[in-house]
Write a protein that binds this ligand. Structure first.
Ligand SMILES: NC(=O)c1ccc[n+]([C@@H]2O[C@H](COP(=O)([O-])OP(=O)(O)OC[C@H]3O[C@@H](n4cnc5c(N)ncnc54)[C@H](O)[C@@H]3O)[C@@H](O)[C@H]2O)c1
Length: 261
């Protein structure tokens, strides 16, 4: 099935998506492919990435660690070579751990910042260097609800996601005169592997059942259900399209109404 009728300008474009093997990234890849975009998946898990590429019809998958400049730079240039160029960069790879602020370890802090903040910086910078030479290109970063409001037990994760939004805003202002748009999406409580891990951790840290944790997520969500990866992906594809031509530097909430400003 193709969505190319909705965004005809996306037909034939080329995209590079980090963290596309699972969860939100996989849904973004699938939605881009349905819109006629030739898409490369870059992920630290090559087995899952290759499986996802076959299942959703991506062009190919490459192993890459967004924390490492040489790794992500090599993957990006490999993708540009095989796709014949690149028009869209989606910096989506991210990780979380959960802990009480006073128990947080240096390693937890550094790990969340390395993947979530440094990973987005490296991926964006490497893609933007190409986009500047083209005089066009589009970047979408996956931030979080936790980039807008500090989340308990996720202080380090929240701080790393606030960093993503600060970087997104600054980069958008620098690159706007060069014809490049840079935006972010801020998802809420999305049903993915990351969420499954967080439910288990939160249940233990709060001393409540997993069912209670999920019920609390839903109770905070005016639209009354857990978010699905596809809810995020559809907004990302919109942001990549010409329909969003006058949007840059935005952190677009896709939370079912959890957060509204
Ligand atoms: N699930 C949620 O509720 C939620 C909410 C808000 C924001 N987010 C953000 O959405 C993004 C995707 O999260 P998800 O829920 O789909 O998680 P997920 O764990 O299901 O998928 C994350 C993907 O990123 C890959 N990855 C992890 N570290 C990497 C690295 N160093 N280099 C390359 N790839 C790496 C993983 O292999 C995996 O394929 C993340 O940035 C996350 O912070 C998630």
């Amino acid at each position: 099935m193709t969505d190319s009728g909705i965004y005809p300008d996306l037909q034939g474009k080329r995209a590079f998506v980090t963290g596309g093997a699972q969860g939100i990234g996989r849904a973004i890849v699938a939605a881009l492919v349905r819109s006629g975009v030739k898409t490369a998946i870059a992920d630290i898990d090559p087995t899952a990435a290759k499986r996802a590429a076959v299942e959703v019809g991506a062009a190919f998958a490459i192993e890459a660690d967004v924390r490492d400049r040489a790794s992500i730079e090599g993957a990006f240039h490999h993708a540009v070579g095989r796709l014949g160029g690149c028009d869209i960069c989606i910096a989506n790879a991210g990780v979380s751990t959960m802990n009480h602020a006073l128990e947080l370890t240096d390693d937890e802090w550094d790990y969340n910042f390395a993947v979530n903040a440094r990973g987005v910086f490296l991926t964006n910078q490497i893609a933007a260097r190409l986009f500047v030479t083209q005089g066009k290109g589009c970047i979408v970063n996956t931030a979080s609800l936790a980039a807008k409001v500090g989340a308990p037990l996720l202080g380090h994760y929240s701080a790393s996601k606030f960093a993503v939004l600060g970087w997104t805003q600054a980069l958008a202002r620098e690159l706007a005169p060069k014809g490049i748009r840079v935006n972010a999406v801020c998802p809420g409580f999305v049903r993915t592997g990351m969420q499954a891990r967080e439910i288990e951790w939160e249940s233990r840290l709060r001393g409540v059942s997993a069912e209670r944790v999920v019920a609390d997520y839903v109770a905070q969500t005016p639209l009354g259900r857990l978010e699905e990866p596809e809810d995020v992906a559809d907004v990302v594809v919109f942001l990549c399209s010409e329909k969003a031509r006058f949007m840059t530097g935005q952190g677009v909430n896709v939370t079912g109404g959890v957060y509204t400003t």
